[in-house]
Design a binder for this molecule. Sequence first.
Ligand SMILES: NC(=O)c1ccc[n+]([C@@H]2O[C@H](COP(=O)([O-])OP(=O)(O)OC[C@H]3O[C@@H](n4cnc5c(N)ncnc54)[C@H](OP(=O)(O)O)[C@@H]3O)[C@@H](O)[C@H]2O)c1
Length: 350
Amino acid sequence: MSVTRMPATLPASEATRKLAPDTLFPLRPACPAREARIRMKIFIAGHQGMVGAALVRRLGREPGVTLLLRDRAALDLASQTAVEKFYATEKPDTAIIAAARVGGIHANSAYPAEFIYSNLIIATNTIHGAWQAGVKRLLFLGSSCIYPKHAPQPMPEDCLLTGPLEPTNEAYAVAKIAGLKLAQFYRQQYGVAFHSAMPTNLYGPGDNYHPQNSHVLPALIRRFHAAREAGLAEVVAWGSGTPRREFLHVDDLADACAFLLTLNNPPDLINLGTGTDVTIRELTETVADVTGFKGRVTWDTTKPDGTPRKLMDVSKLSALGWRAKTALRDGIEQTYASYLAEKAAGTLRE
Ligand SMILES: NC(=O)c1ccc[n+]([C@@H]2O[C@H](COP(=O)([O-])OP(=O)(O)OC[C@H]3O[C@@H](n4cnc5c(N)ncnc54)[C@H](OP(=O)(O)O)[C@@H]3O)[C@@H](O)[C@H]2O)c1
């Protein structure tokens, strides 16, 4: 299913995605033996982002579900009045907060005031507004940067607030921690099923390929694709290649979110990842191979390596019965195909 881009001028009713009404959205674990027929109106905040678009693809397959989608021009989540009016008019059953001001190290360190303000106000408006309007369920998405810089590896949920944050993204992390605490305290005080999930590094269709501002995997795809096109004999990669990182395909992330929404008593906070990591060297070699780059990769060890390891502890998620399906190599192949298609269509984010 393709993602619908909603122009600002559409009336609310037309900007509501209707899905076939009669299929099933199973409730687990309360009804393990039978599938319960339910109708749900789900608001996906940030549906045009990489995560939001994957949620649209995944939840769009759930018949009986109506997706409420608004782009920023139609609904600025920084406006409390607009958000309250939207919730009061549309009355979603469920909200998923996948909207955020997101950026790489450079943007996070250069604009910390904007990062903390935007992300705090999005969290406050979407969570408080949902409670006011009687939204029964809300899933708030954060990121692994909420955990302390020197968290144990793999990082369990209970290491939250046990040490200082990584200074380069502290503003973003503090806003995300505030968001998850809002959800937790509204649940505690008002009994609403508001809960949060913290995804690891994500990749997939709709990623950001900005030359300075992208994450490591899209940056590698861009770089090796360009090197292959230019017929370069060598690509110089930064650091030793030994740091280890975890990557989750965004479609698996969306499936994990759909799974969490079926739980009657979801954890307040849960990590979403694969539970496995690769070295940057392995990742680089895979991207080089997938993009068809035939030259040499050399490592400039005078450049910094960053944190040696960042891996989520996903034992809570595994115990609930969910695991990721996409092997990293397959996911990179699919992502490279999307990169080429988005480039050809002129829709690549860069
Ligand atoms: N990407 C990752 O690797 C990753 C990893 C872990 C967690 N996450 C989390 O997943 C969530 C989504 O990330 P993403 O990668 O999908 O980011 P993204 O691609 O940048 O999407 C963010 C979306 O939020 C929208 N948005 C921002 N401010 C808004 C506002 N004031 N009003 C309305 N819409 C607004 C953006 O709209 P515009 O297009 O108009 O700006 C965009 O559609 C974030 O909470 C992030 O922390 C992402």
